[in-house]
Design a protein around this ligand. Sequence first.
Ligand code: SAH
Length: 450
Amino acid sequence: MKKNDLINLEIIDTTLNGAGVGRYDGLTVFVDAAVTGDVVLAHILKVKSNCAFAKVKEIITPSLNRVDAECGSYPRCGGCSFRHIDYKTELEIKENNVKNNLKRIGGVEPEFEPIVGLSDVGYRNKAQYPVSMEKGGLKVGFFSGHSHRVIDCPECQLQPTEFSKAVSVFKEFLSENNISVYNEELHKGLVRHIYFRKAVVTNEIMVCIILNGDNLPYLDNFIEKMKSVFGDCLKSVVININRDKTNVIMGKNCITVYGEDHITDVLCGVRVRISPLSFYQVNHNVAEKLYEKAAEYAEPDGKTVLDLYCGAGTIGLSMAEKAKKIIGVEIIPEAVTDAKFNAQQNGFKNTEFFCGDAAKAAEKLKNDGIKPDVIIVDPPRKGCEAELVKIITEDFAPEKVVYVSCDPATLARDCKLFKEQGYNTVKAATFDMFPRTGHVESVVKLMRLK
Ligand code: SAH
């Protein structure tokens, strides 16, 4: 097999990236935007020693699970992976992916609960749009898959419709006022990203514009334009300064130029203040289901709960009414400030929040004699540090650990570490926090072996 070959291929499996998997000449072939049950004419793009990559040249027989993508930007835009597949099948693929990772990488086979998926259109409460001058003109949209080229994505169904409207108004604003946009290679130009957040319960909107500088020309006009889209729901406009030559979207400093420096949402009955730099789950309705499951696994009643990687404190605070005490740890200072404020505005007096690295803070808490009954971890994609797993299992040694994860592979790796340390993964539940995309959220319950 070589590049540009055309081969007939039966698709026998589907990956979490929405690629079909076939076998040919003893090689595994990954075909973009195909699905189990398809028979396709595949155009080979690249051949490696153990696998090949292809795209669909022609669908010979469509799978019964294939659907119309209903999006003009799919699959060019790198956002979605499953638009060509029906939602039920997407959920099965995601659930199986978590199961297989836990079994193969983690060596654990917990009792599995059915995946929760709500498939709300426009479910994302946050969107960050890169701004770029491309060959075809000014683009405010998303990076095309595996590239740094920005493409427009005017009708993205993952975002609330008003975000898409605001993007088009923003494009007009940039053009009319001749405002320079950032060029990654030259590290020149002003506007890098525009970022919207929506509190779905209160409808409050935050607009954050990320600049390679600290000042947006015609700022009043910009705010007027944003008001024309969001009306009274616009509660906060913030400039974020990012002068670094980096892929990281946000810089450390924010200047509030209109309204408040935050918006407020309600999650699991808790009022939550969200600042531009604080993490907040992007899918409100599924996040509530996830937190309910975390609470069911944690059984916080009358217990001391340590909530590591706590963001704005949301998981712990959702259990604060029942727990004896909630202790949260988070590395972003603004998120810790939000967490403390959130505890106070909800009248919880049994909470404490610390800013720092989870492993280092855990070690300090242990030295201070803190003895949590339950530990919750919710790390970013790279998972927990091995050092932290050691502190949790050897020093704190709680009966129960609840692990919330947005990456099945690192979750599985960590479940293996926990297993080696005498903790069995007994239950697992998956949540489709990011419908149509190749991401899935899970929560597992780990119990110390007697
Ligand atoms: N539990 C929260 C946040 C989860 S996202 C929620 O459900 O909303 C993961 C969080 O871990 C982010 O807020 C991130 O800032 C934080 N984080 C990343 N690395 C960390 C570290 N080494 N120590 C502590 N927190 C960290």
